[in-house]
Design a protein around this ligand. Structure first.
Ligand SMILES: Nc1ncnc2c1ncn2[C@@H]1O[C@H](COP(=O)(O)OP(=O)(O)O)[C@@H](O)[C@H]1O
Ligand SMILES: [Mg+2]
Length: 237
């Protein structure tokens, strides 16, 4: 196995429904991504982007095929992990279009929630969350409530929350869709910096072609298969 590999899928198939109402969304997809790559996932609405992301995140069960995350086979025609929730908590971070911060917890509490759920101690979590918010230029908001922050700031906090578990991969479903162009670019630059500095692989669903030059690879879903395009180095900002 390539030790730089972070996600590998083979012959992945996803069908919904049964009998007459059966729909095939992904029909035998194959690709490999490496650690530290910033990957865009671009396809028309209804093509299966969220479906793919949720399978990679071990939230949605594929119909057949194989998924490896890091050096672990998590799915091979059936789930191979004993505890998919634990895998999700430890290896995978999620960022959504809406930030889904908990409104009655302050920023520090929102970002700390998952590590505490993982059983980590206050002594470890507190400095890590401080450092993360520092890293994202948000440390002065530690004690603010989500309602006191702008959309772009809340999305940075959602990024901090996704990173708080030190995941190997981050799955981001249209993280910039609710932001104006300026803020979208600032969030995307932040995501790119994270891939480089933390060796995290990020897959970002986006409809915005202007964000593609920031990415290393572009995945598209065509005819229910995944196509992968490597961006040339000159494209990378
Ligand atoms: N739980 C489900 N049951 C039946 N069909 C579904 C389900 N989830 C998604 N689909 C179908 O799968 C296709 C892909 O959906 P989705 O992954 O949400 O697309 P995208 O994120 O690219 O817009 C759509 O045709 C959608 O109707
Ligand atoms: Mg979607």
């Amino acid at each position: 196995m390539n030790e730089n590999q972070s996600i590998k899928i083979e012959n992945l198939v996803k069908k919904f429904g049964k009998g007459e109402s059966e729909v095939t969304v992904i029909d035998g997809a194959n690709f490999t991504l490496n650690k530290g790559e910033f990957v865009a996932l671009v396809a028309p609405s209804g093509a299966g982007k969220t479906t793919l992301l949720m399978m990679l995140g071990c939230v949605l069960e594929p119909t057949s095929g194989k998924i490896e995350i890091g050096d672990e086979v998590v799915y091979d025609n059936k789930w191979k992990v004993k505890d998919d929730r634990e895998l999700r908590r430890k290896k995978i971070g999620f960022i959504f279009q809406a930030h889904y911060l908990i409104p009655f917890l302050n920023i520090e509490e929102n970002v700390s929630l998952l590590p505490y759920q993982n059983g980590e101690s206050k002594k470890v979590v507190k400095p890590r969350v401080k450092e993360l918010l520092d890293y994202l230029d948000m440390s002065d908001k530690l004690h603010n409530m989500p309602s006191e922050l702008s959309g772009g700031q809340n999305q940075r906090i959602a990024i901090a929350r996704a990173l708080a578990n030190e995941p190997d991969i981050i799955l981001a479903d249209e993280p910039t869709a609710a932001l104006d162009r300026h803020r979208a670019i600032s969030v995307v630059k932040m995501l790119k910096k994270i891939t480089r500095e933390q060796n995290v692989t990020i897959i970002m669903v986006t409809h915005d072609d202007r964000l593609l030059p920031f990415c290393d690879k572009v995945l598209t879903i065509k005819d229910k298969k995944i196509q992968i395009e490597e961006k040339s180095n000159e494209d990378i900002i």
